[in-house]
Every structure is written in structure tokens, then in C-alpha cells.
Design a protein around this ligand. Structure first.
Ligand SMILES: Nc1ncnc2c1ncn2[C@@H]1O[C@H](COP(=O)(O)OP(=O)(O)OP(=O)(O)O)[C@@H](O)[C@H]1O
Length: 407
């Protein structure tokens, strides 16, 4: 029973410390990603432009469909939610039969699940399987017609559904007209952090969807600092977060592009680390540790969600790094990959496709694969793993098939 004693003591100590110490947080929830702050800073122009485009709703008229573009963490979702929340308060006062529906298409994951979720927000339950997409969409339209509802559908991360499937469902929504809806309307607000997303759309869908477009620029370091300082006032007890921690947090979040999501996430994770350590301040050390931990989690998730051949290529990179860390050329990689694929009974992709996947892994920040000239031998890529090996290996181990070939 010796082992039970100390572990009980440790637990008692942790619990007592939590009970007896004051939390450094005033309200941790304001650091969650879905929190809508009272002040949205530096976005007055976008808020008024978006508000003006949607305002016709208050007279019962259909507003234009809109696309909101901008890199991650530039405030697209928070502005969309803030304006639609304010608008909805007016809609309720005016007793209008207008609804806002919100779907994150990546989280919904398939076009059909997207419709099921939309249906649920309109109080109709669609079966989980068995209907064609157009049948499911018409049940939604019928419900709107029957109840005389106007809807504004916000499709967040809209690029996900289009890149992974097609734009049929968007076509259904843009095609639906007055007559079909008995004079009611559907407007679409699409949100995307991929500026090239439009290239994936069929021109008929594109012209219907992007009647208006708004671009959200990245924040500057100073803007991120102001956003953080404002959020800290409600999130933490006074004096907990040091000024240098705020500065570091803002500059790390601005290192790729001014990303407020990264800034707020860093602050939340740093606060949690500080609290767990029993520290009553959040300092630069906590921000640095938080940054490492978030980066690891991000890499892990990116690798875990790669398709099979992406994982296989990464497994081949890993094997090559272990054999000769300094010299991974595409030739070596391709032969590693081919033998791994064959050992799993999977048909290997062509070298050209592999090269494309390596470029994608480069964009994702997992490998560095610049094209280098080999003189008369032509061009090839020299590949480097730019994330910790152990994170790659851990993420690949999660895939049952891949783990069977990892040593
Ligand atoms: N101008 C701002 N003022 C205050 N907080 C902001 C501002 N812009 C963004 N934030 C905060 O940053 C986080 C990310 O913002 P948001 O979700 O709107 O980004 P996004 O552009 O939609 O990013 P993604 O494309 O990744 O979904 C949220 O916590 C949000 O509250």
C-alpha cells in the first residue's frame, strides 16, 4: 500500500492549493475563441460596411450575398457574429421572421451533415442518411416557405466544403429563388481564410455568392498589443500579466501575419501554465512555454489529419532523417516511400504527385522542401524536417496502418 500514500499526498496538496489560492483569472471564458468581446478594436470600417450591407433585412429586403476574406485571426468571425448579434436584437424588436443560421463547414465535415445542422437550426430533423443532397435542401426550403422565414446563412470556413467536395450545395442555395421560397429569401455570408478560394468555384456559383466582398487585413503588432491589453482587463486580476509578457505575446502572434487568434490563445495557455505552477503572475517565460506547446499541438493536429499518402511521405522523410539527417533528396525519399507504400499493399503515387505533396507539407510548415538545382542532373528538392521528430512520430503512430511500418 506504500504507493498509495505519496500519491494521495500529492493529490491533497494539489486540491488544497486550488482551494486556498486565488485564481489569477477573473474570467477565463473571455479567452475562449467563441467569445464575442464588447469592444472589437480596429474594425470600425468592416463593422459599418458589413452592417450597411445587411441593414436592408430590417425592411424585409434581401441583402446581397457577401464574402469575408482574410488570413486566420483577422477578426472575420468575430465581426460577423458581433454585427449579426446586434442586428438580431433589432429583428426581435421589430418582430420580423428572419433567422441567422451559423455553420462551420469544416466542423460539419460533409455537405450532408451541413444540411442536417442547418435543418436542426430551423427545427426540422433530417435523417442522418438516406436523402440526396437536393432532397435534403428542398426539405429546408419547404420549411422556410411554410413558415415564411427569411434566412441569412453564415458559412464559416466555406473553403473546406468546396475543396473537399464540390460546390453543389452552394449552387443549390444560390439557385433558390423567390418563387421557390414563396417570396422569402436566403442570403449567404461566406467566410474564408484562403484568398485563392474563389478559384475553386464554378463561375455561376461565384457570381451568385460574391455580390459583395470584404477583405480583413492582418493586425499590426501594436494593434495586437491593444487587443490583448483590452482582453486582459476582463480575463485576469489586475497586475497579473506583465507588460513584457503582453509585448512578447503580440510580437509572437505577429511573426507570420498579425493573428489575433494566436495572440489570445497564447495568453490563455500561458495563464493556464502559470496557474498550474502556482505562480501569481504571467511572465515572458509562460508565454514562451505556451508558444512551444501550441506549436507542438498544431503540428500534431496537422500531421494527424493528413491523408494517407501525405502520412506515408512523412514516414519516408522520418526514415530518411534517421538514416542520414543531412542528406535527404527526393530520390531517397521516393524509394523509401515506394517501399513503404508497397509493404502496405497501397499503389504508390507518381514522383510528380509526391513532389506536389511535399510542396503542400512545406506550406503547412512541416518540412522545408526548396527546389535546388543539381547542375546537369536537373532540378530536385532537398527536404528538411522542420518540426520535432518526436512530434511527427507520435502523430503518425496514431494511424493504425502507418504505425505498423514505423520502427
Ligand atoms: N479586432 C478585434 N478586437 C478584439 N478581439 C479580436 C479582434 N479580432 C479578433 N479578435 C479575437 O481573436 C480571435 C480570433 O478572431 P476570429 O475568430 O474572428 O478570427 P478569424 O479571422 O475568423 O480567423 P479564422 O479564419 O481562423 O477563423 C477571437 O478570440 C477574437 O475574439
Amino acid at each position: 500500500m506504500g504507493a498509495a500514500g505519496p500519491s494521495n499526498d500529492v493529490l491533497d496538496e494539489i486540491f488544497n492549493r486550488t482551494i486556498n489560492s486565488r485564481s489569477i483569472f477573473l474570467n477565463r471564458d473571455v479567452l475562449r475563441n467563441d467569445y464575442i468581446p464588447d469592444h472589437i478594436l480596429f474594425r470600425d470600417d468592416q463593422i459599418s460596411q458589413f452592417g450597411s450591407i445587411l441593414a436592408p433585412i430590417l425592411r424585409g429586403n434581401k441583402p446581397s450575398n457577401i464574402f469575408l476574406y482574410g488570413k486566420t485571426g483577422t477578426g472575420k468571425t468575430v465581426v460577423a457574429r458581433y454585427v449579426t448579434k446586434k442586428l438580431y436584437e433589432r429583428i426581435l424588436k421589430l418582430n420580423l421572421n428572419t433567422k441567422f443560421l451559423y455553420i462551420n463547414t469544416r466542423l460539419a465535415s460533409t455537405q450532408y451533415k451541413m444540411l442536417v445542422e442547418l435543418g436542426a437550426q430551423l427545427d426540422i430533423s433530417l435523417p442522418f442518411t438516406g436523402l440526396s443532397l437536393s432532397e435534403a435542401a428542398s426539405r429546408i426550403f419547404d420549411k422556410m416557405k411554410r413558415d415564411g422565414i427569411n434566412t441569412i446563412i453564415i458559412l464559416d470556413e466555406i473553403d473546406y466544403i468546396v475543396k473537399n467536395y464540390d460546390d453543389n450545395i452552394l449552387y443549390e442555395f444560390t439557385r433558390v429563388n423567390n418563387e421557390l421560397l414563396n417570396g422569402n429569401f436566403i442570403s449567404i455570408i461566406g467566410i474564408s481564410n484562403d484568398l485563392k478560394f474563389k478559384e475553386y468555384l464554378d463561375p455561376r456559383v461565384l457570381s451568385g455568392l460574391s455580390e459583395e466582398e470584404m477583405v480583413f487585413p492582418p493586425y499590426t503588432v501594436d494593434e495586437l498589443e491593444a487587443i490583448l491589453t483590452d482582453r486582459i482587463k476582463t480575463a485576469f486580476r489586475p497586475g497579473v500579466v506583465s507588460e513584457s509578457a503582453v509585448k512578447l505575446c503580440a510580437s509572437l502572434a505577429a511573426s507570420e501575419h498579425g493573428d489575433a487568434r494566436r495572440a489570445v490563445d497564447l495568453l490563455r495557455v500561458a495563464g493556464e501554465l502559470a496557474e498550474r505552477e502556482g505562480s501569481d503572475v504571467v511572465d515572458t517565460d509562460h508565454i514562451t512555454k505556451a508558444s512551444r506547446s501550441i506549436e507542438r499541438d498544431r503540428t500534431y493536429e496537422v500531421i494527424r489529419s493528413l491523408p494517407l499518402h501525405g502520412k506515408l511521405i512523412l514516414a519516408a522523410v522520418l526514415a530518411a532523417v534517421l538514416a542520414a539527417p543531412e542528406d535527404i533528396n527526393t530520390g531517397r525519399l521516393y524509394s523509401n516511400y515506394t517501399s513503404m507504400a508497397r509493404s502496405l499493399g497501397v499503389e504508390p503515387l507518381t514522383q510528380r504527385r509526391i513532389s506536389g505533396i511535399l510542396s503542400e507539407l512545406d506550406v503547412l510548415g512541416v518540412v522545408n522542401a526548396p527546389v535546388v538545382s543539381n547542375g546537369r542532373f536537373g532540378r530536385s528538392k532537398r527536404v528538411k524536417l522542420v518540426v520535432p521528430r518526436e512530434v511527427v512520430s507520435r502523430a503518425l503512430q496514431e494511424d493504425e496502418l502507418i504505425s505498423s511500418i514505423l520502427k
